[in-house]
Design a protein around this ligand. Sequence first.
Ligand code: GTR
Length: 329
Amino acid sequence: MTPMTKAVRRFVPALALAALVASPAFAKEWRTWAIHPDDYPNVVALNAFAEEVSAKTEGRVEPSVYANGILGAQPDAIEQVRSGALAVGNFNMGPMGEIVPATNVLSLPFIFRDEDQMHTAMDGEIGQQFSDALAEQGLVALSWFDGGSRSFYNTKRPIVTPADMEGLKFRVMNNDLYVQMVDELGGNATPMAYGEVYQSLKTGVIDGAENNYPSFDSSNHFEVAKYYSVTNHLIIPECICVSTTVWDDLDDTDKAIVKEAAMNAATIQRDLWAERSEASRAEVEAAGVEINEVSDPAAFQSAMEPIYARFISENPDLEQLIRDIQAVE
Ligand code: GTR
């Protein structure tokens, strides 16, 4: 072998390695879980996040968004992100409560007065406390999305007073607090995956469910449940959460890029949210849904009050957090 050939032999593998490192084969594909369809504000925002991350990391991180819950039901997806099998999820703090107990505070009925108060709380020191609790369970919460206000809807009749809940069976998200919530109002609760609700409403397995206008609309539940009663009993924030194992793999530059992209995505989501809520309300009304205000919102609030006393007695360490949220202007 001539010295020239030897040099080439040494050089070629080095070149090949450099090419490989720079090639997309070495890019980190971040499989991202999303429950909603592509045109839903959350998914539009997640796609913007993916594009920004991919462009600014020059392809070192490539998030790909799997919409419509095709990667599984939410409680399973949370576990998959915790384990690192999936990289990112847009999670609602409702089902999160079963895994990260502090987040149950966000599932207490009427914990927030309105969405503005929720944003003020979540964007500050209070949100940081939830992020810390999530981090202990393998999830890095990068930013907070709007989850709107949830109200009850059903196939039978308008809910005007709590007494109208009597005998109706409502699907709730997977969290015991929601079972308590419906019980206190005099209805029956069935925890069920979001993807099963449409069929269950249609076949009469359940009479109703509860959600915000955009979900009621995009899930087509409005086709079968013609009564939407504005109780606004839950205002639950959602996160863009990255798996801690995936996050720890990034250097500081990429962490900063990803964090900023998530903050930008939250701005996009919140802007789109307000618009979409109004549009969805108009759309379901035009499709024949009867929307009613409840006669006395305070009656729903006081019916659910016992949940607080029970929760605080079981979680005394979370009482201060509840009081701090209530004190947010
Ligand atoms: C939606 C929320 C989803 C999911 C769903 C449900 O409003 O964005 O993440 O929690 O409600 O009721 O399961």
